[in-house]
Each structure stands twice: as C-alpha cells, then as structure tokens.
Design a protein. Structure first.
Length: 138
C-alpha cells in the first residue's frame, strides 16, 4: 500500500511540474503560423518606388520612398508604429501626417515576382489600382 501511495504522489508531482506556473489568464503560446514582429520595415522594401507607368520623378504624385522607420508619400509622411511579417507579406502600421491632417494607415507590402515590383496594398482599400509600383533608380 505504501508503495502505491508513493507512486501516485510521484505521478501527481510530475503532472503538476509539467503544467508549470501558467494559468488561464496567461498569454497563449504563439503558433508557428502566427505573424512575427520585426524591427522596422525590412530592407528589401527600402528605396524609391513609383506607379508602374510613372516617371520616377520626385514630383510624381504616386511615388513613395520607403525606409526602415518611415514612408514618404507625395503630400504625406507615415512614421512606422508597427511591423509584422507573415506568410502573405509584411504588414506596416503608419502614423500618417499631411495637409494638416493626422490618421493611421495599414499597408501590406510584398514583392511581386522579383525585387523590382512592390505590391503596396492599403488594407482599407485592397483593390486600389495604384498599389503595384516599380523600383526607381537611386
């Protein structure tokens, strides 16, 4: 009888140790498929980009300049507030300012087929035809 009680106690202690100190209010462990937070916009997206039929002239109204911490548009600037990388691209949250206004925007960035085509999808307006841009010479 003593041996059986000792074995039951050992099993209970091992089971409790396996549970650790996590409780029901703790954060769930991330799945491998979840997005990962990254620091700044990844380097593959950095540079000047213009609409595929644009001139890449700095005065082009569809030109954007992307760096790790900011996206500069024709008449506005977005400071990076958050970046997460997932299987369908990199999502960027920007604190926008321009023409006396402030707002937040979210974009999904990905490269289409090669590093010379940027798909810059505004998450609020995913069918915007100006979301595909070509890389401009430095």
């Amino acid at each position: 009888m003593y041996m059986r009680a000792k074995l039951a106690l050992t099993v209970a202690v091992v089971a409790l140790a396996a549970c650790g100190s996590r409780d029901d209010t703790s954060e769930p462990l991330p799945d491998a498929g979840d997005t990962a937070q990254v620091d700044g916009i990844p380097a593959r997206f950095h540079g000047a980009w213009d609409y595929v039929d644009g001139s890449c002239n700095p005065t082009s109204d569809l030109r954007v300049e992307v760096s790790a911490d900011r996206v500069i548009f024709y008449e506005s600037v977005g400071e990076v507030e958050g970046v997460s990388s997932g299987t369908d691209g990199t999502e960027v949250t920007l604190a926008m300012e321009g023409e006396g206004q402030n707002w937040d925007s979210r974009f999904r960035l990905s490269l289409q087929g090669n590093p010379e085509r940027l798909v810059m999808q505004n998450i609020e307006y995913p069918s915007d035809p100006t979301n595909i841009r070509k890389r401009c010479a430095s």
